[in-house]
Design a protein around this ligand. Sequence first.
Ligand code: 5AD
Ligand code: FES
Length: 348
Amino acid sequence: MLTDIETLANTRNLTDDGLKALLSTDEYDGTLFSYADRKRRAVYGDAVYIRGLIEFTNYCKNNCLYCGIRCGNQNAVRYRLTDEEILACCAEGYRLGFRTFVLQGGEDPYDTDARICGIVAAIREHYADCAITLSIGEKSKESYRAYFEAGANRYLLRHETADSAHYRRLHPAGMSCENRKRCLYDLKEIGYQVGSGFMVGSPYQTTENLISDLRFLQELQPDMIGIGPYITHPDTPFAGYENGSLELTLRLIAVLRLMFPYALIPATTALGTVHPKGRERGLQAGANVVMPNLSPVRVRKLYSLYENKICTGEEAAQCRGCLERRVRAAGYQIVTDIGNPVRPGGEI
Ligand code: 5AD
Ligand code: FES
């Protein structure tokens, strides 16, 4: 197995059989995580980048079976932030040292291209030195281009699962893996820094599915890769399904770090939700980004993709301080610069 880990570290690749063996046992975790941490330190040192997450709407026209803000969830209390509220979150974030704002929301029909472009342009005007990341789902290439021209420069869209049969079991008819992949390639072509990723331990997921996810990412070559454990939500058809495991998520973060030494990989809120030290463990397994919440506290609980989400009672400044301490205790340092991906040739 050591040779498998070395092969992965040296060639950034491994056979399906090698990956399967690595993912199927905890026996090699210590070695795997230390290789991943060494790789991450070689590229990024002990830097941990922070991204301020603004969850600006929980309206969603989609009905993904795993997600708490699916349109079919009648129990979800819906909200949407005004332009002024979004800008106030950015102002507070900027004051706290954030230089990336991530606007995330459900696929809300209220968010016309004109609205999104207006918000992006206003943020761009006030914060020329910041990155603007959008995470608002599947759109046409024209829409993506319009947001880009308004000043957005990064886009997060997890592919969720690269296997089309598995995708169909997680989503209603009308949504497809193919369209999601099309979106990702469109975004790349337009010039965005692109983030993709998947849930670990989602219902019906097999190790083969996870290997397909890794292969898809190798093809896409995203700048950012976000993964987190699936966590059940009581008001979805998947209520009662088991949560994804912390250990398997960590193992995958480590594999991703070795496959994609330059990627920006967050230690996600979902990871912090399944274990009190989940995010710290994620950093130690190769992650190098944290994404604290900048949303107003009054809406925090309502952006409920899954149950028991952490940080729903804390103000932005509290999360910022809390993470500073946690990151330091884990052996790393928060840095407040814009945190663009490092590329082998030095280019962005
Ligand atoms: N558990 C974990 N992650 C989830 N997401 C959505 N629902 C859940 C859930 N129940 C993730 C999806 C989505 C991201 C914003 O949150 O991967 O892309
Ligand atoms: Fe939000 Fe710790 S990061 S309270």
